[in-house]
Design a binder for this molecule. Structure first.
Ligand SMILES: [Zn+2]
Length: 81
């Protein structure tokens, strides 16, 4: 049963199973959710346009952002040579 179109988030890493390119994003009841097709992880996304909601989940959001940023770290120059 399809409630909404799901889009894959390119390069995103699932905070639960650490699989890349398994996270989808979709809208439901005017909220953004992301869901992992690999392990079933699902969570509402708190966008910057909703600062009041973000405030209550700031700790968790910060951890998740960190988990997503880590794989995109700068390339080690030694591996380039
Ligand atoms: Zn997952």
């Amino acid at each position: 049963m399809f409630k909404a179109k799901k889009r894959f988030i390119a390069g995103a890493v699932c905070p639960r199973c650490s699989e890349m390119d398994k996270l989808t994003i979709f809208r439901e009841d005017e909220k953004e959710f992301r869901e992992c097709v690999s392990c079933g992880f699902k969570e509402q996304m708190f966008l910057q346009s909703a600062p009041k909601e973000l405030e209550t989940r700031v700790n968790l959001s910060a951890e998740e952002k960190l988990a997503e940023v880590q794989p995109v770290r700068l390339v080690d120059p030694k591996k380039f040579n």
